[in-house]
Design a protein around this ligand. Structure first.
Ligand code: SF4
Ligand code: SF4
Ligand code: F3S
Length: 265
């Protein structure tokens, strides 16, 4: 009870904010418990009451007072094209803002496929030169949590691990937490027995698709995608894309927008 809460700065660059939307829906742990009891979310333009100069002052104060101690979360990619002018906040480009915040961070979390891989903004022809954060800062530990968006419970689990243990979770060679990204969606898919038996849906609305046949012939990328969708699922464990009748589009893999087509038929 007497331990000070971990200061967190959460930046928003080129993104759609659905990573934040996913995070606030985490059910276990409930995100209110994290924000109110575990961390001190000192700066986040979507969830904080303050805005404008007041918000920027709060960030500056955290960077100064907790230098080397705070966690920096980044949602969104960073545009390097045209001197970075595609994304500016408080008179600074996203790159300037990121470098400033990263300098005093203890560790950095790259939320979602935008910050981890560039995502939709980096899709060809990548007009803004959208760049994932690990290509800009190389001297800090970075946890990559890909997905468009990542599962809320995965995001909550990552941040709680860092706060509770004071260290990074075990990461794979791409910097992803092994606890959530060690297996392919295909490995825990409930349609997998049909795949193994060679039974495939031929169209999205045929009887076989509804009966649980494998969606591989319709373009499912589950065999090439590392994520926890088949086990943790979405919406508090209710379902996930494949259970809802839609093949995996590989949203947690790099360049998934360019690696399509999403649909084979
Ligand atoms: Fe939105 Fe996807 Fe980027 Fe998250 S990773 S901010 S959900 S576009
Ligand atoms: Fe694998 Fe996709 Fe078929 Fe599931 S639906 S078994 S993830 S190919
Ligand atoms: Fe994304 Fe595939 Fe899961 S599209 S949400 S990784 S099932």
């Amino acid at each position: 009870e007497n331990t000070p809460r971990m200061p967190v700065i959460w930046e928003h660059y080129q993104e759609c904010t659905c990573c934040s939307e996913s995070f606030i829906r985490s059910d276990h742990p409930i995100v209110a418990d994290i924000i109110l009891d575990r961390i001190s979310l000192d700066y986040t333009l979507t969830l904080m009451a303050a805005s404008g100069h007041q918000a920027e002052a709060a960030k500056q104060e955290t960077m100064k007072k907790y230098k080397g101690e705070y966690i920096l979360c980044v949602e969104g990619s960073i545009p390097l094209g045209d001197d970075g002018n595609y994304c500016c906040i408080a008179g600074k480009t996203a790159k300037e803002s990121f470098l400033e915040a990263a300098e005093g961070a203890k560790a950095i979390i790259a939320w979602g496929s935008c910050a981890s891989n560039g995502c939709v903004q980096a899709a060809k022809p990548n007009p803004t030169e959208a760049t994932p954060i690990h290509k800009i800062v190389k001297n800090k530990p970075i946890i990559r949590v890909p997905g468009c968006p990542p599962i809320g419970e995965v995001m909550a689990g990552v941040i709680v691990h860092v706060v509770a243990f004071g260290r990074l979770p075990e990461l794979d060679r791409l910097g992803r937490p092994k606890a959530f990204y060690a297996k392919r969606v295909h490995d825990s898919c409930y349609r997998r027995p049909y795949y193994d038996a060679g039974l495939f849906a031929e169209t999205f609305d045929d009887k076989n698709a509804k009966d649980g046949y494998c969606l591989y012939k319709l373009g499912c990328k589950g065999p090439m995608t590392y994520n926890s969708c088949g086990t943790i699922k979405w919406n508090n464990g209710v379902s996930y894309p494949i259970q809802s009748g839609h093949g995996c589009i590989g949203c947690s893999e790099a360049n998934f927008w360019d690696n399509g087509p999403f649909y084979e038929r």
